[in-house]
Design a protein around this ligand. Sequence first.
Ligand code: ATP
Length: 203
Amino acid sequence: MNPVPALAATGIGKRYGRRVVLERAELTARPGEVTAVVGENGSGKTTLLRICAGVLRPDTGHVTRLGRTGYCPQEPALLERLTARDHLVLFGRAAGWDRARSLADGTRVLRAFGFDGQDRTPVRHLSGGGRQKLNLALSLLGDPDILLLDEPYQGFDHGAYVDFWDCVAAWRDQRKTVVVVTHLLAELWRADQVIEVPACSAR
Ligand SMILES: Nc1ncnc2c1ncn2[C@@H]1O[C@H](COP(=O)(O)OP(=O)(O)OP(=O)(O)O)[C@@H](O)[C@H]1O
């Protein structure tokens, strides 16, 4: 086991108003490791992942990340009038890549999931699965070391779903740190560790 975690979230607490969602939550993940985050609806998995990604500030605790981070949110954050290619260029630029590399690598990922994404269709007219494939491809731009994926396969057809888990295995082989929020308990054998976020009522 690699002794140095790429991601360490310790003592994480978060409340929305008077509602406590996370209390002393912990998540430590290492390179070459797949972590599954499970728990009931509303238990705080997305909240924990957003805190790990640095897009939400915890009330208590802290997060350290060693390496570039790719975050695939549960709800795709897309600009509805732009095309898939526009998104690849825009998000690629934010990840430090030029246009050519963003289009080449992003298109390769989209095609790996059976989505071409090359026409001029604005994303508001894409299918749910197409939007989600783009959402996942965007999180991979910049070749991140840490992948934080929040139910990234929602709306995927069966082939793309199988391809997704094959990708997870490949990312592990590439020594990436992969964290997947999932409700699919049948896939937990693919994970090196499973972290359960307890529901509020259990606290
Ligand atoms: N911005 C917010 N303001 C107020 N409450 C919120 C906010 N975001 C999330 N919540 C609440 O916090 C709780 C945890 O939400 P979260 O999305 O983290 O759960 P989850 O475990 O990911 O759920 P699911 O399995 O349904 O995706 C829920 O009760 C949700 O309604």
